[in-house]
Write a protein that binds this ligand. Sequence first.
Ligand SMILES: *[C@@H]1O[C@H](CO)[C@@H](O)[C@H](O)[C@H]1NC(C)=O
Ligand SMILES: *[C@@H]1O[C@H](CO)[C@@H](O)[C@H](O)[C@H]1NC(C)=O
Length: 212
Amino acid sequence: MPARRRGIAESGHATRVAVVRCIVAAMFAAIVVAGLVALVFWLVVRPKPIEYTVTRAVVRHFNVTPGGGAPSGGAATVNATFYLTLAIDNPNRRLSMRYDRVEFYVYYGQNTQLALADVPRFHQPHRNETLLQVRAVARSVQVSDQAARELEHDLAAGEVSVDVQVSAGVRFIVGGVYSRYYHMHGTCSPVTMGLSPSAARSFKSVPCDVEI
Ligand SMILES: *[C@@H]1O[C@H](CO)[C@@H](O)[C@H](O)[C@H]1NC(C)=O
Ligand SMILES: *[C@@H]1O[C@H](CO)[C@@H](O)[C@H](O)[C@H]1NC(C)=O
């Protein structure tokens, strides 16, 4: 009797070892297959980075109303209209892109959001450059007294620098297959605009740092 019991215990042990071995082998095989799929995908698609550049920026109707001073007076306010063009260059041969609701934010410094604008969803084909043009309006936007002073200083100097932030939901499309949604966030900084009517012609393009 004891000998038989030991035999059952041993065969149970042997089964567990076999199961563990099988799981390890399956995991190893899965990793190898996933690696091969990634390698083949990479070789076939040869993804190249997509480039985002602010190619035109103009500000109009820019003025600052100083605050009345605390506690009685109101906050300083800013009016401005920004015309921005973002070039999206997709150099890929086999990869196209789907953009959902591209949003543009115009920031003055880190904390002062002056204006925002958005672009409806669109599809960008492969090997394509798309220009997105937006008009972002700051209408009586409240700013801190310090930001107002700096903006007035810029007005006097005839030049203002802002940060343009771009955010969107993106999907990659290869051979008709859509990836999941990724959140794309870009920062284009500094976008420096002259205030004279002829300044737009001398604007220098600003590349954006993009994280996806
Ligand atoms: C890029 O794609 C857009 C949208 O399909 C199209 O309107 C535009 O003409 C294309 N641009 C180039 C340079 O092919
Ligand atoms: C800013 O725009 C608002 C609304 O359009 C207007 O009432 C205000 O007078 C403007 N401020 C300046 C300083 O032009």
